[in-house]
Design a protein around this ligand. Structure first.
Ligand SMILES: NC(=O)c1ccc[n+]([C@@H]2O[C@H](COP(=O)([O-])OP(=O)(O)OC[C@H]3O[C@@H](n4cnc5c(N)ncnc54)[C@H](OP(=O)(O)O)[C@@H]3O)[C@@H](O)[C@H]2O)c1
Length: 346
């Protein structure tokens, strides 16, 4: 089977996806009989390219990895159209699946939201790693996908390849999730750890940025918007609706001082940026995002600076603890590929 893919966003995650696909293409073809063909790629500054016969990832990826622009791609003996806007690429590329990995606006979810709507409306499957549209418009987008007979998958929106979305979505049909609690933002986790090592808040931010842990808009991480969006996605799945994010108390790490960290450490306490939500007897969920001082007995106390974790407490099975790496473009790209395969590899 030939599957045509359009990629929106050729940043860290987009490149991670292309690297994974290039590495695994032969294996996927022999294991599942699927040949994935990249027919379109769009970037904001770098423009866009469409080729009905397929773009050469082995030629495009080095350009992107060297901070080059898509316009530099000069394929030999290939029909290739450059410079269309994103909507035109979605329409004209004949892609079966649109992979979306662009940044999100926390107020609107745009422009990704409109691109996803367009692709689903054109009966194309959509795989995204972008938290904005999934946290803000879950019900609409899942319904739109259903109405058009296509899939809308978003396993890459959190925990970088740890299959938490799949588990929350599919594994508790005969059980009831009562509570979720976790550390879902690696930047905050890293900065708090750096402060324990003696760095100031600003120095911690600088290191986190240098290591590529911070979103392009750092306030998403530091003010708790990223953690909030991830918690809302989990609650959207658990409630099968759009969970009202304004009902969740949100606090970031912007107020923490080295003195707070030091005083905590003197008492054997460690600060972590936590998300949490619990379901009351009447079925209502209450959630919060913010700093917590943890005792050594807490399962998250020793969570490594670069890792994420989620504790799922269910009525019948009890406590399930999932932990995995919190960052890395190759892993995030792998999450996109994994969702892609769950559409086609049966
Ligand atoms: N990095 C991670 O580890 C990770 C993990 C999971 C999920 N995510 C999510 O994945 C998404 C992408 O993250 P990233 O780290 O890859 O970000 P990034 O490196 O900043 O890349 C974002 C890409 O989107 C492009 N873009 C922005 N606006 C666009 C538009 N209107 N039309 C077309 N392209 C547009 C940017 O183009 P220009 O470069 O030209 O501006 C850039 O290539 C974000 O939503 C992020 O939250 C990231």
């Amino acid at each position: 089977m030939d599957v045509k893919i359009a990629l929106l966003g050729a940043g860290k995650v987009g490149q991670g996806f292309l690297a994974n696909l290039r590495k695994r293409r032969e294996q996927l073809s022999s294991r599942y009989g699927i040949t994935f063909q990249l027919v379109s790629i769009c970037d904001l500054a770098g423009g866009s390219i469409i080729s009905p016969t397929g773009l050469k990832i082995s030629e495009i990826l080095p350009i992107l990895e060297n901070n080059g622009s898509l316009v530099e791609y000069e394929p030999s003996g290939q029909v290739c159209v450059k410079g269309m806007d994103v909507n035109a690429c979605i329409e004209m590329s004949h892609a079966d699946v649109v992979l979306e990995s662009i940044v999100f606006n926390q107020e609107t979810g745009e422009p990704a939201l409109s691109y996803i709507r367009k692709a689903l409306g054109l009966r194309k499957h959509v795989v995204t790693c972008n938290k904005g549209p999934v946290s803000m418009h879950y019900k609409e987008l899942t319904s739109l996908a259903k109405a058009n007979g296509v899939r809308f998958l978003f396993g890459g929106t959190m925990m970088n390849g740890t299959p938490v979305i799949n588990i929350i979505s599919n594994s508790f049909r005969a059980d009831e999730v009562r509570e979720i609690r976790g550390v879902l933002n690696v930047s905050a986790n890293y900065i708090l750890w750096a402060m324990e090592q003696g760095l100031s808040y600003e120095e911690g931010i600088k290191e986190a940025r240098h290591l590529g842990y911070l979103e392009a808009d750092a306030s998403l991480d530091l003010e708790g918007h990223d953690s909030l969006a991830k918690l809302v996605i989990l609650l959207n799945i658990l409630t099968n609706g759009d969970f009202p994010s304004h009902q969740i108390v949100r606090e970031g790490i912007t107020q923490i001082t080295s003195r707070d960290i030091g005083l905590g450490m003197e008492r054997g306490l460690r600060y972590k940026m936590m998300v949490g939500a619990a379901r009351s007897e009447d079925g209502q969920w209450q959630g919060q995002v913010g700093l917590q001082k943890l005792e050594e007995s807490d399962p998250f106390y020793n969570l490594d600076k670069t890792r994420n974790a989620l504790l799922i407490r269910t009525e019948t099975v009890g406590d399930i603890y999932l932990e995995g790496p919190g960052a890395g473009k190759i892993r995030a790209g792998n999450a996109l590929l994994s969702d892609l395969l769950s559409i086609y590899a049966t």
